[in-house]
Design a protein around this ligand. Structure first.
Ligand SMILES: NC(=O)c1ccc[n+]([C@@H]2O[C@H](COP(=O)([O-])OP(=O)(O)OC[C@H]3O[C@@H](n4cnc5c(N)ncnc54)[C@H](OP(=O)(O)O)[C@@H]3O)[C@@H](O)[C@H]2O)c1
Length: 302
């Protein structure tokens, strides 16, 4: 099994990224909490959040985490119309990568399109903006961002992901601005149909200990088609912690709930890396430790 030895001497188990020929450490970094103001955090303080996030990203690179998932929509919200264009997550990730001086080809950077512009010009403009903020001339993975108001089901995904969208993503790949393409979303049926198109190397369904819809069809198809699954909200996006606090206030659970959630999602061979949302260097360190424990207990490499 190939492993990545980081500056901190940590040995993270790795997994295949579908049929790309690449391997990634099983622990990845989801940057929704880095840029999205108030994301599962009612006491949000922007300056404090930026400081914490930059040290979390720095610690992650030191620990040998390679996969970073960002998006234009992970931004500071403005109360009037809901979304701003400051793209705080992409900006901070670009800043962290440049501060750290890490070699670009040793990292795997994933972003998405701005989901309110699903046409060729909008997708291209969005990617060019991402590349400027990320301070790079290519991204490893560009994903169709699945958060949309329109219905997006197995029988109508073409209303949302048109030929123009697919062709633009494929052209960007041919031009070398994007190495692989993926699609994210909350509808397993639609994502399963999209796996069958053979166009995507990666799918990102919502998939965790609580939200298990992908178990029934999607993981089997992903396995069959050699498509990597990168689950969004792998640690339940704060839901599990919220429920424990609600039902068992002040009590320490007998098992670490984050470890239980990691164990659940990493049982699936097609799950490649888990983009855990992390706000602080302490959380990064804790999650590295949990992954190492699980590696000892059950073996995580695939
Ligand atoms: N494509 C899409 O539409 C989409 C949608 C959603 C998410 N995503 C991706 O999936 C990533 C992960 O989802 P997520 O960030 O919502 O949730 P998550 O990874 O399931 O859970 C993250 C939360 O768990 C807590 N946590 C993590 N490690 C911890 C530790 N060691 N100790 C205590 N608490 C810990 C943190 O909460 P606190 O810091 O608040 O305690 C953190 O914000 C996102 O960042 C994003 O990259 C994609």
């Amino acid at each position: 099994m190939t492993s990545l030895i980081s500056a901190n001497g940590v040995d993270l188990p790795t997994r295949r990224l579908g049929q790309t020929g690449l391997r990634l450490p099983v622990l990845g970094f989801g940057t929704a909490p880095v840029g999205l103001s108030g994301y599962q955090d009612p006491g949000f303080d922007q300056k404090q959040s930026e400081r914490n996030s930059l040290s979390a990203l720095d610690a992650a690179i030191d620990y040998g985490i390679k996969f970073f998932d960002t998006a234009p929509a992970y931004a500071n919200k403005i109360p009037t119309d809901g979304w701003s264009t400051d793209r705080a997550s992409e900006r901070m990730l670009g800043q962290a990568l440049s501060n750290h001086g890490s070699k670009r080809d040793q990292l795997f950077i994933a972003t998405k399109n701005m989901f309110d512009r699903m046409d060729a010009e909008g997708i291209r403009k969005s990617l060019d903006h991402s590349l400027r903020l990320l301070q790079t001339d290519y991204v490893d993975l560009l994903q169709i961002h699945g958060i949309i108001a329109k219905p997006f089901r197995a029988d109508n995904w073409r209303n949302f992901i048109t030929d123009e969208v697919l062709e633009t993503f494929l052209q960007l790949r041919q031009e070398g601005k994007v190495r692989y393409i993926g699609v994210s979303g909350y509808r397993e049926g639609a994502l399963s149909a999209l796996i069958e198109t053979g166009v995507f190397q990666v799918v990102m369904p919502q998939f965790n200990y609580f939200y298990r819809g992908a178990e029934y069809e999607l993981v089997k198809l992903a396995q069959q088609y050699g498509v990597a699954v990168i689950p969004m909200r792998p640690l339940t996006g704060g839901l599990m912690q919220g429920m424990l606090d609600e039902f068992f206030p002040g009590q320490k659970p007998s098992a670490n709930p984050f470890k239980v959630a990691m164990k659940y999602i990493l049982q699936f061979d097609c799950v490649s890396t888990i983009p855990v949302g992390m706000r602080t260097a302490r959380e990064v360190e804790e999650n590295v430790r949990l992954i190492q424990e699980l590696e000892q207990e059950i073996g995580l490499g695939r």
